[in-house]
Design a protein around this ligand. Structure first.
Ligand code: SF4
Length: 406
């Protein structure tokens, strides 16, 4: 059984600055906009329409984030009203008032592969609807995360603010901030309980926008008594065929035009995972076609281990074009167990939540290869905890840092 490690609470003064259509983030290469599917299916046509907005860019792509969100960058700054309208027309912003708080991750294969104790898709939909119907909960902030796990342990092993873990037929535990604040209850009662806990959180922070997470409260959230539970061990992340369904990873988390063209040939909707991959129902037979388009379908691909921050030209802090270097690195990536992350500066945006090989601002491909080779003989992780350099918490979630990976 794995234990969720509670993220460290960090002092900060600022409200979160997570981007949305109504609140784009201004970066070196233009506006960044993030769309939150909230673990619901995304129409492939909506992806194509989004990418149209980036069509004039040198390397147009939709970024997939670690919360299963979609992100466009390099858009005009300020964002023209026509762009806002076009993005909203995709249907990916069902509640303009709540777009920043629809941060829901759920077991992506729930209800599809026979695993887990229950299909959490209906619960996720109910929670999303309840959240969007609740005006007070617009005060949650953009970093507050709901995680709904069907019992397999794939999303509950990572950080969350309010969680749900199904434990048997019609049963679950609701969790606040981690495994040490848990309440067992019928699955049918989970959404009202999570909404009540979310209300308690916004009332407790009393407008203090510098408190982003449940574990930052001075007193525990929720009623007594709460119990402590063990959560399941983190399972292998699926890739390739899962029964008749397909799971494909997206290199560097960048969904490119050729990927979307291939997806459109095999499906009309996909589900975005929190691991830069897509679940495509009834598409196992189409895996060769998807692989030919550049999507990753098997664990032998270097792209299952190789990641990079945004780097140049999108991030002015970068010493290099990290993605370009990663693309040159992929064909020659030394075998190894650990993820490899290329960062353009010491902020190390978007590093994996597990141990990884830290390739920091390499001066060349050979320099990067030397770092990887040196780090791997004993597979000792060069674990890096991002430091606070500007008073904001860079340790979790999808924030103001420049990143292709968070
Ligand atoms: S680590 Fe972050 S801040 Fe540094 S270059 Fe990469 S994206 Fe920019």
């Amino acid at each position: 059984m794995c234990r969720v490690t509670a993220p460290t609470s960090r002092p900060r003064q600022a409200a979160d600055a997570c981007p949305g259509v109504g609140r784009p983030f201004s970066a070196a290469d233009g506006s960044i906009v993030r769309l939150r599917p909230a673990s619901r299916p995304v129409r492939v046509q909506a992806l194509a329409e989004l990418l149209e907005l980036a069509a004039g860019q040198a390397d147009p792509a939709i970024q997939l984030t670690s919360r299963g969100a979609l992100q466009l960058r390099g858009l005009p700054d300020p964002l023209p009203p026509g762009h806002r309208d076009a993005i909203r027309a995709t249907g990916l912003v069902p509640s303009p008032t709540h777009e920043l708080v629809r941060n829901l991750v759920a077991s992506p294969l729930s209800g599809l592969d026979g695993r887990g104790h229950a299909d959490v898709r209906p619960v996720t939909d109910l929670l999303d609807a309840a959240l969007c119907a609740d005006v007070e909960l617009t005060r949650l902030g953009g970093r507050f995360l709901f995680a709904l796990d069907d019992g397999r342990g794939d999303v509950i092993c990572d950080s969350f603010d309010l969680g749900l873990l199904t434990t048997g037929a019609g049963r679950c535990v609701v969790l606040a901030g981690g495994p040490n604040r848990a309440w067992e209850l019928p699955l049918a009662a989970a959404v009202p309980r999570m909404i009540a806990l979310a209300h308690e959180f916004v009332q407790r922070i009393a407008g203090d926008e510098s408190t982003w997470h449940v574990d930052e409260l001075t007193e525990p959230l929720g009623p007594e008594p709460a119990t402590e539970i063990n959560v399941p061990s983190r399972p292998e992340r699926p890739l390739g065929a899962v029964g008749e369904h397909a799971v494909v990873a997206v290199p560097l988390g960048l969904l490119r035009p050729e990927h979307i063209v291939a997806l459109a040939r095999v499906t009309d909707r996909v589900r975005v995972t929190p691991w830069r991959s897509l679940v495509i129902e009834d598409a196992a037979a189409a895996l060769p076609e998807l692989e030919a388009a550049g999507l990753v379908t098997h664990g032998g691909s270097p792209w299952t281990r190789l990641h990079a921050c945004t780097g140049l030209p999108g991030c002015a802090r970068s010493a290099l074009d990290t993605r370009s270097l990663a693309r040159r690195l992929a064909p020659v990536l030394p075998a190894g167990r650990l993820p490899v992350h290329v960062s353009g500066c010491e902020r190390r945006c978007g590093t994996p939540s597990t141990a990884y090989v830290d390739v920091l601002a390499p001066t060349s491909l050979d320099d990067a290869l030397a770092t990887i080779t040196l780090a791997q003989p004993d597979t000792t992780p060069r674990r890096v905890v991002p430091s606070i350099r500007d008073g904001r918490d860079h340790s979790r979630g999808e924030g103001k840092r420049e990143t292709a990976w968070t």
